[in-house]
Ligand binder design. Structure first.
Ligand code: GUN
Ligand code: ZN
Length: 432
């Protein structure tokens, strides 16, 4: 029985904060402790109340101990696409992304990209992600094999795409169905893996393929679904042209049984009133990808408008349209995208989003996203004095909320002092 006692300033959320003054939403201990046992959090509270005789203490004071960060949308094979300049979405896909994804036909390349992805995510304190692999079964196999080797809780999907891309990436409705079904049998619910039904988007899936995806979703209602929606004006127009019978872009997915509480729709920037209402009604999740939306010039995510209309939302890096693997950088750019629209994301809400909020959006909050006893011990330790700029700024910080804002605005992987996956340290823990 492996046991560990972490000491530090423990912070998680019991619910969504209603603003920067809503300290009741927090579970915070200035001198806190977490007892980790067999991959789970066995006890949490003030250090002097946690009885753990004989268990060695890993002392992280004065740093913050939070649940591992969660990324609700990224592309496993696109680390080498990040920072490819000069185009909007459809050109960027054709010019940079599809050729790079085609390389995952080679299982050795897919394996290298999966390992590189997890190395980068963990360096940034991200312990769970919802990921697109490529249309090659081998890429998803590499993803799940590597995630299992590291005992990571991961959602992944073999991308379905049967048109509108180079031949080397195209499948058919049948192979997309069969290979995703095979992946589910092999991986879904095995260890910490979940297999997502992953039609790339309505541009690269025929109606027949979306039908097949919908049939899989009906047969496997516990599997997540992930796709892209309304990211770019040219894409929206092309989707309407390719699916003339549908009421609108979201309607294409809805008509094929792909809307619902486990459905994650990346971007959602140019939705109509009907689409917003239908997304809210079906409990579908709109995923905010700020660095990607800025980088590709796609548009501004209307968080306040969507949430006022009852939509569920999440936040994500969108590697490699996104420009950082870090959820701290993602929160920082998210703050700016919302500020451009006169909206504010306070730091408590920001960190709620990257932890419990995203866990709820992925329907995983009973397992991850808090420091509640019984949940899985995925943990990040954050240091708000990690750089010279942060240290100077911290001289004038007077509250936890201000400290969190420094972390999200100035922080990156240098601020990640330690990471635990299912109770085991994987990024340098301090000497005892
Ligand atoms: N839409 C369809 N595929 C992609 C992708 O790989 N990245 C982004 N940002 N949008 C997409
Ligand atoms: Zn994406």
């Amino acid at each position: 029985m492996t046991q560990r006692l972490l000491r530090g300033r423990t912070l998680s959320f019991r619910r969504r904060p209603e603003g920067v003054g809503d300290l009741d939403a927090l579970v915070f201990e200035e001198d806190g402790a977490l007892l980790l046992m067999d991959g789970r959090i066995a006890a949490a509270g003030a250090f002097d109340t946690i009885a753990a005789d004989g268990v060695p203490v890993e002392d992280h004071r004065p740093h913050l101990i939070l649940p591992g960060l969660i990324d609700a949308h990224l592309h496993m094979p696109q680390l080498r696409v990040m920072a490819s300049w000069g185009t909007e979405l459809l050109d960027w896909l054709a010019r940079y992304t599809f050729p790079e994804e085609a390389r995952c036909a080679d299982p050795a390349h897919a394996q290298r990209m999966a390992a590189a992805l997890f190395d980068r995510l963990l360096a940034h304190g991200t312990t769970t992600a919802a990921a697109y692999c490529t249309s090659h079964l081998a890429s998803a196999e590499a993803f799940f094999t590597e995630a299992a080797r590291r005992n990571l809780r991961m959602i992944g999907g073999r991308v379905m795409m049967d048109r509108g891309a180079p031949e080397a990436l195209l499948d058919t409705a049948e192979t997309a169905y069969d290979e995703t079904a095979a992946l589910m049998t092999r991986w879904h619910g095995v260890g910490r893996a979940e297999v997502a039904i992953t039609p790339r988007f309505a541009i690269t899936s025929s109606a027949a393929q979306l039908e097949a995806a919908g049939a899989l979703a009906a047969a496997h209602p516990d599997c997540p679904i992930q796709t892209h929606l309304s990211e770019n004006h040219a894409e929206v127009a092309l989707a309407a042209e390719l699916h003339p019978g549908a009421p609108d872009y979201f309607g294409i997915y809805q008509d094929h049984g792909l809307a619902g509480p486990r459905s994650l729709f990346g971007h959602c920037l140019h939705l109509t009133e009907r689409e917003r209402a239908a997304m809210a009604e079906t409990g579908s999740v709109a995923v905010f990808c700020p660095t990607s939306n800025l980088f590709l010039g796609s548009g501004l995510f209307d968080m306040a408008g969507l949430e006022t209309q009852g939509l569920r939302t999440a936040i994500a890096s969108d590697i490699g349209g996104g420009t950082s693997s870090s959820m701290l950088r993602t929160l920082s750019e998210g703050y700016k995208v919302l500020a451009l629209q006169g909206q504010r994301m306070d730091p408590l809400t920001a960190f709620w989003r990257a932890t419990l909020g995203n866990a709820e959006a992925l329907s995983l909050s009973d397992r991850i996203g808090t420091l509640a006893p019984g949940t899985e011990a995925d943990i990040v330790v954050l240091d708000a004095h990690a750089t010279a700029e942060m240290t100077l700024r911290m001289e004038t910080v007077e509250s936890l909320a201000e400290e969190l804002f420094v972390l999200q605005t100035l922080g990156d992987d240098r601020a990640v002092r330690a990471v635990y996956v299912a109770g085991d340290p994987i990024k340098a823990a301090p000497a005892p």
